[in-house]
Design a protein around this ligand. Structure first.
Ligand SMILES: Cc1cc2nc3c(=O)[nH]c(=O)nc-3n(C[C@H](O)[C@H](O)[C@H](O)COP(=O)(O)OP(=O)(O)OC[C@H]3O[C@@H](n4cnc5c(N)ncnc54)[C@H](O)[C@@H]3O)c2cc1C
Length: 288
């Protein structure tokens, strides 16, 4: 019996959903292959069928969507970091994509859909999307379902990449006068982060009127620190406020990761530092 997987290349989203539904188990979606192909090549994953969604045109493109953007799941990291609409309306997302390591191959082939569906704790896109309050369109044999990105991250039962396909992301444009910050602590330019943080802020006469902060890279799932960061509303930036944000964010990391990117207690401390710096950058960008 051959151990080689069968190969399917659906041409439409409906065809992809039908193929996944028909196969029931043992199918995996492949987009850019930058995450999943090493697992297959090294024999860590042995799918029965590889479902290549890379030619489905419905998954491509970046378009205006009311007051925001709709971004196809096949959009590559290179497109994200350089597309004029993303840079203008969602600069935090462009910055997050720009921080992805691995070099040109990963940037040219890796997609936003694959980055999200991989649910990898060290990846850069999800914290930015959570801070931006993005929504996702997920397609399966029952049709299209739209949901906040945090529902995807917390619900592996969606079967993303095995029973369903992530089709598109929707995000509102950053408000005029809003600021953003993205910080990633990494050992080398091309490395995964030890801790990262995405922040989005609005100011009213120099005082914080809204603040969202999401921490990634330090724990198994991204941590939305927006509720504790909201204590900063009504205040101006100061070192004391920075200390408070740093401490509050650090304390939210209850079970820090310990791996090649660093030991847990240090990762927890660095999560606080990255959050503080991301907020400070965001405020500086409003003022700029
Ligand atoms: C050397 C190296 C360094 C890297 N450094 C970083 C880094 O610093 N930061 C970072 O964020 N990432 C990093 N990555 C990861 C890279 O960004 C992701 O691998 C890439 O975004 C994955 O996209 P892909 O299209 O290649 O996904 P694939 O490998 O094709 O798929 C990944 C997973 O997503 C599923 N999937 C893909 N598309 C869809 C879809 N549309 N719907 C449902 N499921 C789908 C697949 O089934 C699979 O489980 C690195 C990768 C490499 C090889």
């Amino acid at each position: 019996m051959s151990l080689r997987p069968l190969y399917a290349r659906p041409r439409t989203l409906a065809e992809a959903a039908a193929v996944l539904s028909e196969i029931k188990s043992g199918a995996v979606v492949v987009a850019g292959g930058q995450d999943i192909m090493p697992h297959i090549n090294y024999g860590r994953l042995m799918p029965a069928v590889v479902v290549d969604v890379g030619t489905i045109s419905e998954l491509r493109g970046i378009a205006s969507d009311g007051d925001g953007l709709a971004i196809g799941a096949l959009t590559t990291h290179r497109e994200l970091r350089s597309h004029a609409s993303v840079v203008r309306h969602a600069p935090l997302l462009a910055a997050g994509a720009g921080e992805i390591g691995g070099g040109w191959q990963v940037h040219n082939r890796g997609t936003i859909g694959g980055n999200i569906a991989a649910l990898h704790p060290l990846y850069d896109i999800v914290p930015a999307l959570l801070a931006l309050g993005a929504e996702a369109e997920v397609h399966d044999d029952q049709g299209t379902h739209r949901m906040p990105v945090d529902k995807i991250v917390s619900n592996t039962g969606l079967g993303l990449g095995t029973r369903s396909v992530l089709a598109r992301l929707h995000l509102r444009a950053s408000p005029p006068g809003g600021g953003w910050g993205y910080r990633k602590l990494k050992a080398t330019a091309g490395a995964y982060g030890s801790a990262n943080a995405a922040a989005v802020v609005t100011l009213n006469k120099g005082e914080i009127s809204s603040l969202r902060v999401v921490i990634g890279g330090a724990s198994a799932l991204p941590v939305d620190a927006s509720a504790v960061a909201a204590r900063a509303v009504g205040q101006r930036w100061s070192d004391r406020l920075g200390d408070e944000i740093e401490t509050a964010c650090r304390e939210l990391i209850k079970q820090p990761l310990s791996d090649q990117q660093g030991e847990g207690s240090w990762r927890r401390a660095m999560a606080g530092v990255m959050a503080r710096r991301a907020v400070q950058d965001a405020i500086a960008r409003v003022a700029a």
